[in-house]
Design a protein around this ligand. Sequence first.
Ligand SMILES: [Zn+2]
Length: 207
Amino acid sequence: MRLPAVLLPPIVLLFLAAALSMATTPARHVVHERAQQTTELARELVLERIDAIERNGRCRQEFGKEMIDLDHVRMIVRRIRFYNAEGPEGDLRFSEVVGRPASPDSRLRDLSRGLSADAFVLGYPDNRGYIRTRNVVLSRGYFEQGDPSEGTWRLRSREEKQALLLHEALHIALDKDDDDLSQRELCPLRLLAFCPRTPAIVVAGSE
Ligand SMILES: [Zn+2]
């Protein structure tokens, strides 16, 4: 999804299929190490947000009304792999990440640059319909937001990142696209308006 001033334009889902050979990337261990770091950081962020939602009674109710089971969302988050399209793991190709052939078999970096999404779920069509994988690509817009009129960039806040990550996680956990989410008023960001961020507790002397 994209997170500019106004929230939630339509999701960009990828339609990739057919066959092409797998490509190898140089220094694969570096690529996979970095992907692991990206995944751990993103999981930590979104799990922190889910915990905050659960602690907030009104917010928890809103999610409950929408039949969103936070434990289920947590379980899904722990299975999602996150990729920084602009990092070394941006070299990975669709087929390497998803484990099935694709044509064209683009690198994550190129996919991300071809879309207007700050983050997106990798998916593909098959005869059962559209399949969402548990792989989320983080584009440059996840990390920083550009101001075209000024030509400047500012870093995304922790809260913005959490909202983006939760949005992508809900696509996977509920298996819904943006149209469905909007129709059912499941927009997680609207729900999040009820969920002020709990301030972090800093314990002096802790490591
Ligand atoms: Zn979306």
